[in-house]
Design a protein around this ligand. Structure first.
Ligand code: AHR
Length: 531
């Protein structure tokens, strides 16, 4: 093979052994170079055709009484040596404020349907305990209740999204909770709140009527839940003159389109939002999901294949919602999403504690690009979960705190909050592994109120850079700046000992010439450009 036949058809003289080795190595290297040569993509950005506004609530968070999310991650108590304000960690609050966190969902999750809010008010030492049956079988002492949650919300400067108990709670209990939190009347529940130290009603803009009522929230059929939704929802009253409570009905589990169909057909007029839950498991198998940091390229690939199903889910559920609600009054609320791995070795399986790597950062960015493109229907999303659980922003260990790669995507992408989405046409090369392939590049763009355009690009191919040529249609550009998140290894992650292994850097790989932007997108990277 390395000694091709001579032009005259005679075999040439055999090459000396060293020369053969050199030739072989040369051939091998050029083969690798050829495999790794930059691929190309094109983006046509229609800056003159504004789409829907990207609701800032798409950048929402979720905090459940699960593992060390609330206790230790957020709540350390007023007597803790860890710096805190009325028991809430200062370092965690400061880090989250930097994300412009718009909305926080609480107290669950599955926990919400066994939570009785009256156990979590009044003097802390007198609050009764309960058994947290879903998450590790721990005893919950109710130290963090309504007052503490609303204090957190006020410290963060975000909206509250409370999830009510339909599964094991009564209509009266739910009704009284809403009165307790939001009424300024001299009524029994508002007076009880005053007796517990809070005079003014809180603002609770978002209220969920049950969680996963098809599963941990009561194993209901869509018909049974729809009736229950209507019944409970009737008693979620508006006590404030300043705003109306936005009521969120429990929506489908992934591909359960029948659930959406039934809810929209029978209850669309009574809800403001309908939820959807979708988790990304590398293996797609709940019994053996895969590790957060010890994974092969096959698992990298399957993680993206599974997370990209979000596009199909949003499209198909939206189509059903469009049938009953063509004016798109009902928002799609994806109030649980993100990666779900096997727990870190040696940790409580019920605490759902997992590390967070560059792979998670790219997963978050790909999902945001999907949500932006569906900004006309997707009104809120809440990644699961904010601290120490599943795809977290922040990991804590006693007084230590580390920001995850996912945190950095929320920070880099915050420029899209409340900006107007811009349509784009993307032609991307494939990321091929074996006989399977995925689109390598994902993108979204928006224009903010100051007129700045932000273009976010992701290259999920862990081996090959992509050169993106972007044509700006309907905009003139003066300059381009950007930031990038990448790392040498697919599983690069931040630890308490090395907290800055994965962090955003300024990006110099974009060049503007007239209305054409050329971007060299490194392998496994996320770039956010400001144009
Ligand atoms: O986020 C963890 C759990 O996942 C939630 O409690 C539940 O709603 C879902 O199944």
């Amino acid at each position: 093979m390395i000694c091709p036949a001579g032009r005259d058809g005679h075999d040439p003289a055999p090459l000396p052994i060293m020369k053969r080795v050199t030739l072989l190595a040369g051939l091998f290297l050029s083969l690798i170079a050829c495999l790794r040569a930059d691929e190309t993509a094109t983006v046509t950005l229609h800056a003159g055709q504004p789409g829907a506004v990207i609701n800032r609530n798409i950048y929402g968070q979720f905090a459940e009484h699960l593992g060390h999310c609330i206790y230790e991650g957020i709540w350390v108590g007023p007597d803790s040596p860890i710096p805190n304000t009325r028991g809430i960690r200062n370092d965690v609050v400061a880090a989250l404020k930097n994300l412009n966190l718009p909305v926080l969902r609480w107290p669950g999750g599955c926990f919400a349907d066994e939570y009785h809010w009256k156990d979590g008010i009044g003097p802390r030492e007198k609050r009764p305990s309960m058994y947290n049956s879903h998450w590790g079988g721990v005893v919950e002492n109710n130290a963090f209740g309504t007052h503490e949650f609303m204090d957190l919300v006020e410290q963060l400067g975000c909206e509250a999204y409370i999830c009510g108990n339909v599964g094991s709670g009564s209509v009266q209990e739910m009704m009284e909770w809403v009165e307790y939190m939001t009424s300024d009347a001299a009524s029994p529940m508002a007076n009880l709140r005053r007796a517990n130290g809070r005079d003014k009603a809180w603002r609770v803009k978002y209220f969920g009527v049950g969680n996963e009522s098809w599963g941990c929230g009561g194993n209901m059929s869509p018909e049974f839940y729809s009736d229950n939704f209507k019944r409970y929802n009737t008693f979620v009253k508006n006590y404030s003159r300043d705003y109306k409570i936005y009521r969120i009905a429990c929506g489908a589990n992934g591909e359960d389109y029948r659930w959406t169909e039934e809810m929209m057909a029978t209850a669309a007029k009574r809800m403001d939002g309908l939820s959807l839950h979708w988790y990304t498991l590398p293996s797609g198998n709940w019994a053996k999901k895969g590790s957060a940091t010890e994974f092969t390229e096959d698992q990298w690939f399957s993680t993206f294949r599974n997370t990209m199903k979000m596009e199909t889910l949003v499209t198909k559920h939206s189509a059903i919602m469009d049938k009953y609600d063509p004016q798109k009054k009902v928002g799609m609320i994806i109030d649980e999403w993100g990666t779900w791995y096997d727990v870190e070795p040696g940790t409580n399986p019920g605490f759902l504690f997992q590390q967070n790597s560059l792979r998670d950062a790219l997963v978050a960015a790909v999902n945001f690009n999907i949500f932006h493109q569906h900004a006309d229907r997707v009104a809120m999303t809440n990644i699961a979960q904010m601290v120490n659980v599943l795809q977290a922003m922040i990991l804590t260990d006693k007084e230590k705190m580390v920001l995850t790669p996912t945190y950095h995507i929320f920070e880099m992408y915050k420029v899209h909050q409340d900006a107007t989405s811009l349509p784009l046409d993307l032609v991307t090369p494939d990321y091929v592994l074996g006989d399977a392939k995925l689109p390598a590049v994902s993108a979204s763009a928006s224009k903010d109120k100051a007129g700045k355009i932000h273009l976010s690009l992701v290259n999920i191919n862990p081996n090959t850079p992509v050169t993106v040529t972007c044509t700006l249609d309907g905009a003139t550009a003066g300059a381009v700046t950007g930031r990038i998140l990448t790392a040498p290894a697919m599983n690069a992650h931040n630890t308490f000992a090395a907290p800055e292994t994965v962090k955003p850097q300024s990006f110099t790989g974009a060049a503007l010439s007239g209305t054409t932007l050329k971007v060299t997108l490194p392998a496994k990277s996320v770039v956010v450009l400001e144009i």
